[in-house]
Each structure stands twice: as structure tokens, then as C-alpha cells.
Design a protein around this ligand. Structure first.
Ligand code: GLY
Length: 410
């Protein structure tokens, strides 16, 4: 368990003096090659009383060898009393799936001193984490993310929840409408699980890494942006050492943001970074994701867009808006485009499937950052120090800039 060149540990410090909620909620994120095989002793070390049982919530897409490696290690410290397998989908991220997990935990008589261990991508972590957050009013959860996206984003920060369906149409699915903040006790990110991802899924995680790179100057890692661009252009992201560095540095960015704003209730302020900054590219991206028939290369048979692909396009649009509004030079958009293209992410060319920009802007009005009917965008600044993003309210002049940036994705 001693950290070595093949593993890194990032501490997330939460619940210190002055925090909005009492109690120490700090935890370690262990990043390395093969670290799923250490989860049991790590869990024991992270818990101050005996763990009486573990319930596994696993993603059916995770190769069984990884699940067995984790299970064997957990079994060395406590009984594994059950397992729920989930096929990840936004429709299945539901109250019905939550109910299945809670019933399995209840039938297995999982006690308050038990834990839920989630092994999989963001959907499994969200629904399993939510089950842990509400079962017997809250028990421990360990997150074992197996996609790059869930490693660098969802597994850290304690957001859990499910979607709510108001009807049968796609637009009736209200994402993450029900949930709780429930910080994990431990996060174990084994980069060997990334070998099982297809290139498209892996690239989606790189989109979030590039976003974090833009926040690096404010979060103690000003070199992350150029390191990430070089790692992509030099083709280093297939190697364990580079992957461990990528994941650890990105988790450290996420950790610093969450430490500043655990409950996403911090108003944006100069010199301070809040969770809103993590929405860079996401307002455009979420709207693009809801448009049927959109594909990363304009070919309808490759539709729909993956979340990371939509965020990639959103980052390009956000950078173009930022340039038009004088927040950064044109070079920033070019660097973003080069980084995204380097891993095969889309940066435009959506073609005829992209509806008129006005309609995309209308879909953006569903965003959670809309305040008093006004859309607010997170736009990047070229900041080597100081605020890396600016929250811009989309008033009438800015509206034309946004429309122009959406049109350029066609
Ligand atoms: N994924 C955004 C956040 O954790 O706040």
C-alpha cells in the first residue's frame, strides 16, 4: 500500500472548520495500475470501525476479471454479501433501479456499518452512491470508476442521484433531478480498467481533462494545459505512467474545486473557483446532446453524440464566444481544437442535422445555470494566473455571439 511510481494518492479535504456541514468528510483517491487488488486493506485503513459487509453495485460492461480482483480484496476484510449488476443507460438510471439496489441491500440485511462498493462508469457510481446515501439514512460508499470520464469527474465530489421520467418522450427524462451529496469514503481508480474502453469512450474522458487543463492555473497546476496537449500530440496516453499522471493531476483539479464549493452553492466570485466552473462547455453540450440525429461526424448512422463529444463541441463554441467577447485570443480556440482533434473528438462539421442555432439556444435555456430567465455561460479566459473562466450573462448583444458560435459548428 505504499505509494510508488505506479500509484498516486490525492487527498480530498472536506468538512474542515468553516465548512457548511459539520463532520470530517475527507477521503483518499488512489490512482494506479492494478490498485483494485488493494481495495480491501485500503478500505479498512479508511474506516475507524469494523466493516460488517459489502454490497457490490457493478456495471455489466466491466470485464469480470476486474470485478473478481476487487471482490477478492474486499473479501479479505469483510464478507461480500451481495451484488447488483446494472446495464448503464440514462433511462435505467432511475428510481426503479435504485429500488432494486435498496431491496437487495435490505434482503441481505446490510447493516449501517456496511458499505456499498460501486465498480463501473458514472451511471453506476451515481445510482449506487445514491443508494448508499439514503439506505438506513446513509452508509459508506467506495467508488471504483472504470472509465476515464468517471475517474476524473463523477467519482470525486459526492454528487449522486438518478433521472426522473415524466413521460415516454426523450425530453421527458429530467437528468439528475433526484439525489443527495454523499461523499465516498475512498475512491480507487485502476488505470488498467481503461484498457477495456473503446477509443470513442476513452476520448470522451479526454474532453473533461482538457476542460480541467483550462482551470489548472487557478487550482495549483498551471502546467496541466500544456502537459495534456503534449501528451495527446506525442501519443503518450496509452502508457500506464502517463495515464496515472493524467488521472491524478485531473483528480487533483476536481478535488480543489470541490473543496472550495462542496455543495455547489458558492456564487461565482473573482479569485475563487466554484463548481460552476466545471460547467465550461456543458451548457452548449447538454443542448446538443438532446438533439436527435446529431453525430460526431455529420453521419446520421453514427448518432447520437456521446456526452464527452457534446462537451467537446461545447468547449469549441465557448472558446469562440470568449474570443468574440474579448476574453481570450483566437489561439485558445485553436489549441482546444487541436487537443480535441488529437483524440478524435468532434470540433464541428455537424452538417444539416444541426437545427437552426436559435433552436439550440432555446434548448440551452433548460440549463441549471439559468437565473431569473437569463442564460449564464461559463467562458474560458486566457489566464496563466487569476480567474480561468468568466460567467457571462447572455444579454441581447451576447446573444448574437452565441448564435454565431453555434452556427460555426455546422
Ligand atoms: N460534474 C460536476 C460536479 O461534480 O460538480
Amino acid at each position: 500500500m505504499t505509494p510508488d511510481a505506479h500509484q498516486r494518492v490525492v487527498r480530498v479535504n472536506l468538512g474542515h472548520e468553516g465548512s457548511a456541514a459539520a463532520g470530517d468528510r475527507s477521503y483518499d483517491v488512489v490512482i494506479g495500475a492494478g490498485v483494485l487488488g488493494e481495495i480491501g486493506p485500503r478500505l479498512k485503513a479508511a474506516t475507524d470501525r469494523a466493516i460488517t459487509g459489502a454490497m457490490l453495485v457493478i456495471d455489466t460492461g466491466v470485464p469480470r476479471t476486474f470485478v473478481e480482483r476487487a471482490r477478492g480484496s474486499i473479501a479479505s476484510v469483510c464478507p461480500v454479501i451481495g451484488e447488483v449488476a446494472i446495464t448503464p443507460s440514462e433511462k435505467g438510471k432511475s428510481l426503479a433501479t435504485l429500488d432494486v439496489i435498496l431491496q437487495t441491500m435490505t434482503r441481505a440485511r446490510l447493516e449501517r456499518s456496511g458499505v456499498v462498493v460501486c465498480i463501473g462508469g458514472g451511471i453506476v457510481g451515481d445510482v449506487g452512491g445514491f443508494a448508499a446515501g439514503v439506505y438506513r439514512r446513509g452508509i459508506g460508499v467506495v467508488q471504483c470508476p472504470t472509465t476515464l470520464l468517471s475517474m476524473v469527474d463523477a467519482s470525486v465530489g459526492g454528487k449522486t442521484g438518478v433521472n426522473l421520467s415524466l413521460g415516454t418522450r426523450d425530453t421527458d427524462l429530467k437528468k439528475n433531478m433526484v439525489g443527495v451529496f454523499h461523499q465516498p469514503r475512498l475512491v480507487v481508480a485502476d488505470v488498467h480498467t481503461l484498457d477495456s474502453l473503446d477509443t470513442r469512450t476513452f476520448a470522451c474522458g479526454v474532453a473533461e481533462c482538457l476542460k480541467h487543463g483550462l482551470l489548472g492555473a487557478q487550482c495549483g497546476d498551471p502546467g496541466l494545459w500544456s502537459w495534456t496537449l503534449s501528451a495527446i500530440s506525442d501519443g503518450m496516453l496509452g502508457e500506464d505512467a502517463a495515464l496515472i499522471e493524467l488521472v491524478a493531476r485531473n483528480i487533483a483539479i476536481k478535488a480543489r474545486v470541490v473543496e472550495c464549493d462542496e455543495f455547489e452553492d458558492k456564487p461565482p466570485a473573482a479569485g475563487d473557483i466554484g463548481r460552476l466552473a466545471l460547467n465550461l462547455g456543458h451548457t452548449f453540450g447538454h443542448a446538443l446532446e438532446t438533439i436527435p440525429g446529431l453525430s460526431p461526424d455529420g453521419n446520421p448512422s453514427h448518432a447520437p453524440l456521446e456526452h464527452g463529444e457534446a462537451v467537446a463541441l461545447g468547449m469549441v463554441a465557448a472558446a469562440r464566444c470568449a474570443h468574440a467577447l474579448g476574453l481570450c485570443d483566437a489561439g485558445l480556440a485553436s489549441e482546444i481544437i487541436a487537443g480535441l482533434r488529437g483524440v478524435g473528438l468532434p470540433t464541428g462539421g455537424l452538417g444539416a442535422a444541426l437545427p437552426p442555432a436559435e433552436r439550440v439556444l432555446d434548448a440551452m435555456m433548460d440549463d441549471k445555470k439559468v437565473l431569473d430567465g437569463s442564460l449564464r455561460l461559463i467562458l474560458p479566459k486566457r489566464a496563466r494566473a487569476g480567474d480561468p473562466v468568466r460567467v457571462v450573462t447572455v444579454d441581447e448583444p451576447a446573444r448574437n455571439t452565441v448564435i454565431g458560435a453555434i452556427e460555426m459548428l455546422r
